[in-house]
Design a protein around this ligand. Structure first.
Ligand code: ADP
Ligand code: MG
Ligand code: ZN
Length: 508
C-alpha cells in the first residue's frame, strides 16, 4: 500500500514543501529504508519511528517499508520528519483512512511516542499557508509559534497516540485559538532608557545620527565612560519593528532553536552582544546544522561588539561580507544556505591597551608602539565600513549626580521615526530603506551638496587623504544629518558634522 503526507523542511529561513511517501509491500524480506534524508538523520529517525510505533503495537516492520522524502535529490535535515513518516506508515497500512491532503505534519518522536517540539516552525507553517495547506499537526510546544500565521488551523498534540486518535476520528480535538487582541495591545517596553545617560552630548548626538540613518557606529573612550551604557540603549530609539521585520526575526530565532514554547512574535529589535572570545562560526553561523549566527540573530537590530579590539582579527574580517551584503551565506557539506544579516554594527573600544589615553582622570601608561599595534587590529577595510566614530569622555563621578537627566528615548525615537520616513519616501522606488544602504549611483543621485558644502568636502579630501569608500560614507552620513534637519540639500554644517565623526584625527 502506498501513502503520502505533506511536510516541509527549511532552506535558510524559508519553508519548502516535502512529500513523505511510504510504500509497504506485502512480500519480501523485512527492511526499513528512508531515501531523501541526510545520512545521519536517517538512522536516528528510523530508530525513533520504529520504536514509537512498536510501543503502540503497530509493528509492521516484518514487511519491506520504503520511505521517500520527495524531492529526494535535496538532502534534508531535521528530526521533525519522524511524525509524518510514522503517520505515512499507518496510512499505508490502513490504520488511518481519512484524506490528509489538507494537513501539514511535523514533529519529533521520542522512543515512547511522545512528541517533542521542533525548530523552524514559523517558516514551515508559512509555506503551508502560501500553498493552501490549511491545517497543521505538530507538537503542543509549537502551537503558539505556528498560530502566528493566522490563515491556518493549528492542532497541537503531546503524543503519536493522540495524533492517531485525531486522524482516525476516535477523539475530537479542537484547533488552538490564539488570543490576538490582547497580544496586539502589548507595546514594546525597553528596560534601559537614554534619560539615564547624563551629559555625553557628543556621543548621544552620534547615537541619534546612527539610529536615524542606520549607520554603523563606534565609540572610543576609557573604561567607565558610558560606552556600554549608550550601546544598550540604542534599540530603544529605533522605530518599532514592522510586522514583516518581526516575522523575519522570529523565523531566524526559530531556525536557531531560540524560540521558547510561548512562541510569541519578536517585537523588540534584537540587541546581540557576543563575547569577544566568540568563534567565527558563532558570529557568522554554521556548525553541524548550518545554524544562523550572531549576525543573523541581530538582523533587524543591533550587533554590539563590546571591547571590539579584543575580538580575533579573523572574526573582524568575516564580519565585512555580511556588513556589505546584508545577508550571509554559509556553505557546509555541499549545501549552502543564506540567512538575512541586516544588522547595525555598534562597537565600543578603549583608546589604547591601558584604556586611559586622553583621559583627564588617569595617566596612560602605554608606549607609542603598543598603541600602534593595538590600533592596527582595526584594519582599514573594517574602518572604512564604519560611518560614525565618537569619542566618549568620562563624566567625572562627582559631577554625574549634578547633571540633570538626559532626553528620554521616547522623545529621541519620535525624531528618528521622522528621519526614517523621509528616507523611506526618498527610496520608495529603490530597493533600500535607509541612507546607509545607498550604492554609489544613489549617492550621486541623492546627496546633492550646496556649493560651499562641496568646497568643504574637497578641501577635506585633499587634506586628509580620504579613501573613496570613506568619502561616500561621509556623504551618506551628511545626508542623514540633513534629513534630521529636514533639509533637502546637504549644507556645509551637515558636511562638517559628518566629517568630524569620520576624520582620522578623531578616529583613535
Ligand atoms: N554619562 C553617564 N551618565 C550616567 N551614568 C554613567 C555615565 N557614564 C558612566 N556612568 C555609570 O558608569 C557605569 C559604567 O559605564 P559603562 O557603560 O559600563 O562604561 P564603559 O562601557 O565605557 O566602560 C554605568 O553603568 C553608569 O552607571
Ligand atoms: Mg563597557
Ligand atoms: Zn594607554
Amino acid at each position: 500500500m502506498f501513502a503520502k503526507i505533506n511536510s516541509s523542511y527549511l532552506y535558510g529561513i524559508s519553508g519548502v514543501g516535502v512529500e513523505v511517501e511510504c510504500d509497504v509491500s506485502s512480500y519480501g524480506l523485512p527492511s526499513f529504508s528512508i531515501v531523501g534524508l541526510g545520512d545521519n538523520a536517517i538512522k536516528e529517525s528510523k530508530d525513533r519511528v520504529k520504536s514509537a510505533l512498536k510501543n503502540l503495537d503497530y509493528n509492521y516492520f516484518n514487511h519491506p517499508i520504503t520511505i521517500n522524502l520527495a524531492p529526494a535529490d535535496m538532502k534534508k535535515e531535521g528530526s521533525h520528519f519522524d511524525l509524518p513518516i510514522a503517520i505515512s506508515i499507518l496510512k499505508a497500512q490502513g490504520v488511518i483512512e481519512r484524506n490528509t491532503d489538507d494537513f501539514l505534519i511535523l514533529g519529533e518522536l521520542s522512543l515512547d511516542g511522545t512528541l517533542r517540539s521542533v525548530t523552524g516552525v514559523l517558516s514551515m507553517v508559512e509555506y503551508a499557508a502560501i500553498n493552501n495547506i490549511n491545517k497543521i499537526i505538530l507538537p503542543k510546544g509549537n502551537v503558539e509559534e505556528a498560530a502566528l500565521i493566522p490563515e491556518v488551523e493549528v492542532y497541537g498534540f503531546s503524543s503519536l497516540l493522540e495524533v492517531i486518535s485525531f486522524l482516525r476520528g476516535d477523539e475530537i480535538f479542537s484547533p488552538y485559538i490564539r488570543d490576538y487582541e490582547s497580544r496586539a495591545e502589548q507595546s514594546v517596553l525597553y528596560e534601559a532608557d537614554f534619560k539615564d545617560v547624563r551629559g555625553q552630548f557628543q556621543a548621544r548626538r552620534a547615537a541619534e545620527i546612527s539610529a536615524s540613518g542606520m549607520h554603523n557606529f563606534i565609540m572610543i573612550g576609557s573604561p567607565g565612560s558610558g560606552k556600554t551604557m549608550i550601546a544598550r540603549r540604542m534599540p530603544s530609539i529605533l522605530p518599532p519593528m514592522t510586522l514583516q521585520e518581526s516575522l523575519e526575526s522570529t523565523k531566524i530565532h526559530s531556525v536557531a532553536g531560540l524560540i521558547k514554547d510561548s512562541g510569541s512574535l519578536i517585537k523588540k529589535r534584537p540587541f546581540i552582544s557576543p563575547h569577544h572570545t566568540s568563534s567565527n562560526i558563532a558570529i557568522i553561523g554554521g556548525g553541524s546544522k548550518a545554524s544562523p549566527g550572531n549576525v543573523s540573530l541581530a538582523s533587524g537590530g543591533i550587533l554590539f561588539l563590546d571591547e571590539m579590539l579584543e575580538f580575533s582579527r579573523s572574526v573582524l574580517e568575516v564580519l565585512r561580507q555580511p556588513m556589505e551584503d546584508r545577508y550571509v551565506t554559509i556553505a557546509r557539506a555541499g549545501r549552502t544556505v543564506t540567512y538575512p544579516a541586516k544588522f547595525m554594527l555598534i562597537g565600543a573600544m578603549n583608546p589604547c591597551p591601558c584604556g586611559y589615553l586622553g583621559d583627564s582622570r588617569k595617566q596612560c601608561t602605554c608606549t607609542q608602539n603598543m598603541i600602534e599595534r593595538y590600533r592596527a587590529k582595526l584594519s582599514g577595510p573594517m574602518l572604512d565600513r564604519i560611518d560614525l566614530i565618537s569619542k566618549v569622555e568620562a563624566v567625572e563621578y562627582k559631577d554625574l549626580m549634578d547633571i540633570k537627566e538626559g532626553e528620554s528615548s521616547d522623545i529621541i525615537r519620535e525624531r528618528v521615526i521622522k528621519a526614517h520616513e523621509i528616507q523611506n519616501m526618498r527610496f520608495k522606488d529603490e530597493n533600500i530603506l535607509f541612507n546607509s544602504e545607498m550604492n554609489e549611483s544613489m549617492v550621486r543621485k541623492y546627496c546633492i551638496l550646496e556649493d560651499d558644502a562641496l568646497k568643504t568636502m574637497e578641501t577635506a579630501m585633499n587634506k586628509y587623504n580620504i579613501s573613496a569608500r570613506s568619502y561616500s560614507k561621509i556623504l551618506k552620513t551628511s545626508r542623514t544629518i540633513a534629513d534630521m534637519a529636514e533639509s533637502d540639500k546637504i549644507k556645509k554644517i551637515h558636511i562638517l558634522e559628518a566629517l568630524s565623526m569620520k576624520l582620522p584625527d578623531n578616529q583613535l
